[in-house]
Write a protein that binds this ligand. Structure first.
Ligand code: NDP
Length: 305
């Protein structure tokens, strides 16, 4: 069967699939709503217009259950999939399944981009890059010297925290709902980056100094559902910070809406999704990637959903 980039496949389908000469894929569970195939295949079509090698590349989507991830990675390496993106729930589990891992991805404890080498898959994490680039593009802010409040302590927050600290933010305040997960992230950061300036807090007790922050980043899932409430009251922040929310669907999640009501600059996570994808395709193709094409395709795919 000729593989169709618009369809969702499973590991059981792999043997019967006739894929492009240079196949790429995203694994998730669920994966049906991923807009990554639309973004990557639009970029590859553009790239093929200038360099015919990319006419052989195609990006597919696979629903892989967490317990099948190890088997899937072996099977996809045998089938010579040149690159794999990983999304929920695979980013952390895959860390122990790759043959080598880039330093920041190891510190983040999560990989979202795998590149096939003769030894096996090498793990990278492009979420931190995507976040930094999106904040620069949308809010005109660089992370260095900023006092930053990060909301959340899950996988996305780990990548954000490491990126903020590596880029020399002035201080990082991390708030989370569950104290256990918060303590785990703080311990991980103190261990990996001993000189880092980090303070954890529960949402009910935002530290005084955090109220003067320059930038707030939401890495919680609060805002994914239309009736979600903001995890913290933004009105208590005095410094008119800028707000970046990693959520991109809906386009105006609750924190972005509240920030705009207060007259702050705010952006959703679409640009982050685009730039993590740009970086992944750069890693695989070792060439420049048309970011504007990827962004247009992402916007088009979201509208079509
Ligand atoms: P995880 O499941 O690993 O973490 C979820 C986080 O959200 C935890 O800190 C959790 O807190 C918190 N949370 C969940 N519900 C609520 C709530 N109602 N109120 C307050 N806190 C809540 O998910 P990820 O870290 O992978 O993803 C987080 C968000 O970031 C998602 O919305 C995801 O779509 C988005 N994302 C966007 C990307 C992009 O490219 N734009 C890339 C990656 C993620 P607790 O510990 O208390 O459960």
């Amino acid at each position: 069967m000729v593989a169709d980039p618009d369809r969702v496949y499973t590991l059981a389908d792999l043997d019967d699939l006739n894929v492009a000469p240079v196949p790429l894929a995203v694994f998730g569970h669920p994966i049906k709503h991923s807009i990554s195939p639309a973004m990557h295949n639009a970029a590859l079509a553009d790239m093929a217009a200038h360099d015919e090698r990319f006419g052989d590349w195609c990006y597919y989507r696979f629903d892989i259950e967490p317990e099948r991830l190890g088997d899937a990675l072996k099977a996809f390496a045998e089938r010579k999939f040149a690159g794999i993106n990983l999304t929920i729930p695979h980013k952390v589990d895959a860390v122990d399944m790759v043959t080598a891992i880039e330093t920041d991805a190891a510190t983040m404890g999560a990989v979202n981009t795998l590149r096939l080498t003769p030894e096996g898959y090498h793990g990278h994490n492009t979420d931190g890059f995507g976040l930094e680039r999106a904040i620069a593009e949308n809010l005109d802010v660089s992370l260095a010297d900023q006092s930053i409040v990060l909301l959340g302590a899950g996988g996305a927050a780990r990548a954000a925290a490491v990126q903020c600290l590596r880029k020399g933010c002035k201080h990082l305040f991390i708030g989370n709902r569950s104290t256990d997960r918060l303590a785990g992230l703080i311990a991980l950061l103190e261990n990996a980056l001993p000189h880092a300036s980090v303070t954890g807090f529960p949402f009910s007790e935002v530290p005084e100094a955090a109220l003067e922050a320059d930038l707030i980043i939401n890495a919680t899932s609060a805002g994914l559902k239309p009736d979600d409430e903001p995890p913290v009251d933004l009105a208590q922040f005095r410094g008119k910070p800028k707000l970046f929310d990693m959520i991109y669907n809906p386009a105006e999640p609750c924190l972005v809406r509240e920030a705009r009501k207060l007259g702050w600059s705010a952006a959703n996570g679409l640009e982050m999704l685009v730039w993590q994808g740009v970086r992944a395709l750069e890693i695989w193709s070792e060439t420049d990637v048309p970011a504007a094409t990827m962004k247009r395709a992402a916007e088009g795919a979201l509208t079509a959903h």
